[in-house]
Design a protein around this ligand. Sequence first.
Ligand SMILES: NC(=O)c1ccc[n+]([C@@H]2O[C@H](COP(=O)([O-])OP(=O)(O)OC[C@H]3O[C@@H](n4cnc5c(N)ncnc54)[C@H](OP(=O)(O)O)[C@@H]3O)[C@@H](O)[C@H]2O)c1
Length: 245
Amino acid sequence: MTHNIPFLVVITGASRGIGLELVRQYAQQGLSNGRFCKVIATCRDPENAPQLQALAEDVRRNGNDNIVIRELDVTNQDSVQAFKSSLRGRSIDILINNAGMYGSNAPLLPVDIEQWHEVFHLNCVSPVYLTQQLLENLKQSQLGKVVTISSDMGSITNNTGGGAYLYRSSKAALNAAMYSLSLDVKEFGITVMMLHPGHVKTDMGGPNAKISVEESASGLRKTIDDVSLDDSGAFRNWKGESMPW
Ligand SMILES: NC(=O)c1ccc[n+]([C@@H]2O[C@H](COP(=O)([O-])OP(=O)(O)OC[C@H]3O[C@@H](n4cnc5c(N)ncnc54)[C@H](OP(=O)(O)O)[C@@H]3O)[C@@H](O)[C@H]2O)c1
């Protein structure tokens, strides 16, 4: 009976790239077991997110009304509080912290401290803050999954190239913080995972990246389904393989 109730999936950074494709796949295909989903697709500026607007319109034209677009700047506390208020009392089944930025790839010197703070805030602090703020919604879910799109560049073991100080450090710290969160929320039945999406053809990944957004998002969806509470705290790639810290 409860199978008729759609799962609620919240995705940040849904205006383009991997976030947009995750919205498309969850809205059109649901979970890999076919369970229907409603998606709250969040972005900083919905009026200037033409790909997301077009997707929502397309899905509507096909008789589904399961994409809701909401404004959310994950780095702005007022914006997060407004978003939280809009969801009061609702259960969130899957929260996908996807919004992220690369920042400058400059060599060690000079250090751009302003930009380092910006990258760190968006990639590391914001996903933890948003998750904490939505904890009551996640607790209400039978599924309760927190997914954070991390990166193999956050792996210290896999760092053979050096450089990318801003991005690497923000994703490594993100993994550390989310791992702690996984331990703290396990008692509520909430599963936490950090996923590397692959090197993906997006604005961030560039045109020479190895895989398409479609391949990345469908692998991520399957991995999200497969990771259970027993595996909480896992760092995996889009194929479901374990990643070294
Ligand atoms: N592409 C890759 O090869 C790759 C590899 C490893 C990990 N990742 C990770 O995958 C995630 C998605 O990356 P992508 O390749 O899809 O990047 P992308 O195409 O550059 O898209 C980034 C998304 O983040 C959003 N965003 C940026 N700042 C934001 C803020 N303050 N609040 C809310 N949203 C914000 C952007 O929104 P606007 O449109 O408003 O700017 C956009 O939707 C990121 O966490 C990234 O680190 C990507």
